[in-house]
Write a protein that binds this ligand. Structure first.
Ligand code: TRP
Ligand code: ZN
Length: 885
């Protein structure tokens, strides 16, 4: 909590640390009341610092200082001073040993940052600036140190004591405690430190690296969860092999541990050799976990493992460079997941998230570049922009260079910077050096916030056989940034003829051919306006643009309906086929909303349902792709398309269209539902996942018809299915469509699964997402349910965040009760867990998108939050930026 208004820190003010810490020795005495931490730091002046006489300033927060000594001499109170955030020692030698003891209270730590307790065990979360809640330290990522960690704890209560690196000593003390020592040979910043103490069981396996080293793999969980570790272990081994094969990166220690904890602010954390995971991102078994859950586990396990190179061996110089590790690692895990399953499906999922969530962030008050130039609280910058747009920026480099040169670039990056803390610029420099490509204009992607828009038009000259694409780009203003210069945009294109993609002959300009037969090209869009002329075209082509979503931009092209249908039915790029479906869906939505406004009934166009019917009849199409193509643009994406956003009009028009689609496609959907039934035992493989996805998408449509025969099928599926994917899909559609079966289904589901917190979270989620009136009251009453706990972030996300983010019609109730509810929760969480409070606040920050009446109510709630005393830095930053924008 703060004294004055928190202030921003700036990238331009970066300077190297005045001191370095060569060695860090920590001794933890874990107790039931308090924990004492003794540190011994080997410090010396940084030769690279131009301040050779500086005093020592260490970070610290909420610490009780017990003692302080330099080279064995205890310091008197006049020799140091502490503030809310620092410890300063004015006079220190050039080289010395600093001993410091602090007392902390993990049992009272509800922020889940630093050392805290979760279901009886001690654990840590130090990224980004949590280590300073453990002891005074230079808590910045460019200070890397070799850690030795001693842990003392009661042997019965905490039989498992873990930290980073290798265990070098263990003994049982006479007082009933165990003492262990861990040593990590790799220098690391404090944010990668971890400690775990608890009564845990492990699932064990081994992995033999490409050089024949045997690595011991362990996943530590509570006894009751031992049966849910197999998928994470398999994912880990697959990720280790993949990183060797695709990036030539071998694991570097003899052990790799994962620990699952219930109370965790994010998905997981890549602490060196001791990854700590939210249970939701590591535990999975068919009976309790959906297909999406299995895929999330696979992706997050891989993500954290990949950080060992992209993040740990090469880390960030400062937190402005966060995307250096996160963007690159998300790109790596996305490619991994694509290779493990269906690449097109993975790409469509990622683009959907980017277009709904990241584009919204880029258009709101918290818009920031992939490399921000200032922040108040770094925890607020673990955003979709840093992660997902950052990954798109790395992907564009991959597209511009091609896989071979990209690999040369990543090899050079790791070779140059192993063991260092570096910048995004260093990454780009390595890519340039290895490829010879000039990325100077491309660097703007790191500097500019906002989503660039491409306005493209095409014209065909039949006489000359020429097709001309005119491409204009502009990037909207964002807070603090106006009149942006053009970006270097890789724009992947193909031209479709009646019988397939046509050969591309591009006049003048150079472009890289993607395919051997020269039917796909990456155009370099670098100017505000540019023309690309293709010759020798015997027929007017349908342009297939931004293939594979080759850049994170908004594309506008005035497609005719027949052109969209041509793309849907015969484009060779899966992403573009899906996207054409979305665009046609938007045309339908636009027409439906206009009719509704005029008080008329809109009837779904026959060409749209006809195209979908054709897809349903096409057995060669990937089932998961088909399932995605059947789904109309999400309300979240539509809220990015229509301005201002009338959530109620969007919801009602979309629901009407869904019902009309179900009517038009009744027969093929019924056949599809039956065709996708599968008696095989559950496996989380791409083929089965696709089948279930198509089956349950069909069921969701069919249920809109209100036929008893179909409701019967849903009840059967709910009662009889052996896996959570089918069971939850059935529950969801019953809750949304069958008022008579709803209460009983929810009750029996609760009774079956009350001992599985992760399943109960799904139960909360289904109810919170229901568009039925009265859902806000339902959510409020569920907050008093014994299974709810506001201190557990997964529960907050399942119930409160689901309601505010995925239930637009109820959150945006016209009386403003949804907004007031959210503000109340933010105010409550501001005290206990500022990171969660601040994240939860996001939907209110986007007030500008909504009609005037809603704007005023949303702003009033923001102002109510801002007037609260003791606002955390986290909440203060988001509210103050939202109110003033
Ligand atoms: N570095 C983590 C990742 O892999 C992110 C993370 C985990 C985190 N826990 C956190 C960030 C707590 C901030 C606060 O993406
Ligand atoms: Zn990460």
């Amino acid at each position: 909590m703060r004294d004055a208004q928190p202030s921003a820190i700036f990238l331009k003010d970066y300077s190297v640390p005045a001191f370095l810490i060569d060695a860090t020795e920590l001794r933890f005495e874990l107790g039931e009341e308090a924990t004492t931490v003794h540190s011994c730091l080997t410090l010396r002046r940084n030769p690279a610092s131009d301040n050779a006489t500086a005093g020592l300033t260490l970070h610290g927060a909420e610490l009780e200082l017990l003692s302080l000594a330099i080279d064995g001499n205890t310091l008197s109170e006049s020799q140091w001073s502490v503030s809310e955030e620092t410890l300063c020692i004015a006079e220190v030698p050039d080289q010395f040993e600093l001993r410091c003891s602090t007392r902390i209270y993990p049992q009272k730590n509800t922020s889940l940052e630093g050392l805290y307790k979760s279901s009886g065990m001690f654990c840590t979360q130090c990224e980004a600036e949590g280590f300073r809640k453990i002891t005074y330290y230079l808590d910045r990522p460019d200070v890397m140190s070799v850690f030795t960690v001693e842990i003392l704890a009661d042997a019965n209560t905490y039989p498992v004591l873990l930290s980073n690196g290798n265990r070098t000593d263990v003994e049982t003390l006479e007082d009933g405690r165990t003492r262990v020592v861990w040593h990590d040979p790799f220098p690391k910043p404090a944010y990668l430190f971890a400690l775990v103490a608890g009564d845990l069981q492990a699932v064990e396996d081994t992995f033999t690296t490409c050089n024949g080293r045997v690595v011991e793999l362990k996943i530590y969980v509570e006894q009751k969860d031992l049966d849910k570790c197999e998928h994470a272990m398999l994912s880990l081994k697959n990720a280790m092999r993949w990183d060797e094969q695709v990036y030539g990166r071998e694991y570097d220690l003899d052990i790799f541990n994962i620990v699952a904890v219930d109370d965790f602010n994010m998905g997981a954390m890549e602490n060196k050799s001791l990854n700590i995971f939210n249970t939701s991102c590591v535990l999975a078994k068919p009976e309790t976990t959906t297909d999406a859950g299995f895929q999330r586990v696979e992706g997050v396990v891989a993500h954290e493992y990949f950080h060992n190179w992209s993040g740990n061996r090469v880390t960030c110089r400062d937190w402005f460079q966060l995307s250096l590790k996160e963007g690159f690692t998300v790109f790596r895990d996305a490619e991994f997941s694509a290779d493990m399953g269906s690449p097109t499906v993975k790409r469509v999922e990622d683009v959907s998230l980017l277009r709904s969530t990241q584009f919204a962030e880029d258009a709101g008050p918290m818009a920031h570049p992939v490399r921000p130039d200032s922040f108040i609280e770094i925890s607020n910058f673990y955003t979709v922009t840093i992660y997902e747009k950052g990954a798109e920026v790395v992907r564009m480099i991959h597209t511009l260079l091609g896989p071979e040169l990209f690999r040369k670039g990543s090899d050079l990056y790791f070779e140059r910077h192993d063991g260092q803390a570096v910048t995004c610029e260093d990454f780009v420099l390595a890519m340039e050096a290895a490829s010879g490509m000039d990325l100077s204009q491309f660097r703007r992607w790191y500097e500019l916030a906002g989503t660039p828009e491409l306005d493209v038009s095409g014209s065909y000259d039949a006489e000359q056989g020429r097709y001309t694409l005119t491409v204009k780009q502009h990037c909207p203003d964002t807070p603090g940034q106006t009149n942006k210069p053009p970006l270097h945009i890789p724009f992947s294109v193909a031209l479709l003829g009646e019988a397939g993609a046509l050969r591309l002959n591009l006049q003048g300009q150079e472009a890289d051919s993607e395919t051997a037969d020269n039917t796909e090209m990456v155009l370099h869009v670098t100017e505000a306006q540019q023309q690309f002329v293709f010759s020798e075209l015997p027929e007017e082509p349908v342009p297939s643009l931004l293939r594979g979503f080759s850049a994170p931009v908004k594309l506008h092209f005035p497609y005719r309906r027949d052109q969209l249908i041509a793309l849907i039915t015969r484009d060779t790029d899966g992403f573009c086929r899906w996207d054409a479906c979305q665009q046609l869906g938007i045309l339908e939505m636009t027409a439906a909303m206009e009719s509704a406004k005029a008080g008329a009934d809109y009837q779904l166009s026959a060409d749209f349902s006809g195209a979908l019917a054709q897809l349903l009849a096409d057995d060669s199409l990937d089932k998961a792709m088909l399932a995605m193509m059947l789904v109309l643009p999400s309300e979240a994406y539509l809220a990015e398309v229509f301005k201002p956003v009338d959530v109620h009009a969007i919801h009602h028009a979309r629901e009407r269209l869904r019902r009309q689609l179900a009517e038009a496609l009744r027969e093929p959907l019924l056949q599809t539902y039956e065709r996708c039934q599968d008696a095989q035992p559950y496996q989380a493989n791409a083929e089965q996942i696709a089948r279930r996805s198509l089956k349950n998408t069909s069921l969701a449509y069919l249920m809109l018809l209100g036929e008893e025969g179909i409701a019967q099928k849903a009840r059967e599926q709910f009662a009889e299915s052996q896996n959570m994917t089918d069971r939850l899909a059935a529950l969801t559609t019953l809750v949304n469509n069958e008022d008579s079966a709803k209460a009983e289904a929810l009750m029996s589901f609760y009774q079956d699964w009350q001992h599985e917190p992760l399943v109960i979270n799904q139960w909360f989620q289904v109810q919170a997402a229901s568009s039925a009136p009265g859902t806000l009251e339902k959510v409020k009453s569920l907050m008093n349910h014994p299974a709810f706990d506001i201190r557990n972030p997964n529960k907050v996300r399942a119930l409160i965040a689901t309601f505010c983010v995925q239930n637009a019609v109820n959150f945006h109730r016209e009386d403003g009760a949804g907004y007031a509810f959210l503000a109340d929760q933010v105010i409550a969480l501001n005290r206990s867990n500022p990171q969660i409070a601040s994240r939860l606040l996001q939907p209110l920050s986007k007030w500008r998108k909504y009609p005037e009446a809603a704007q005023q109510k949303m702003q009033a709630e923001l102002k109510r939050i801002l007037a609260e005393p003791d606002l955390s830095r986290d909440v203060y930053e988001v509210v103050s930026k939202s109110v003033s924008s």
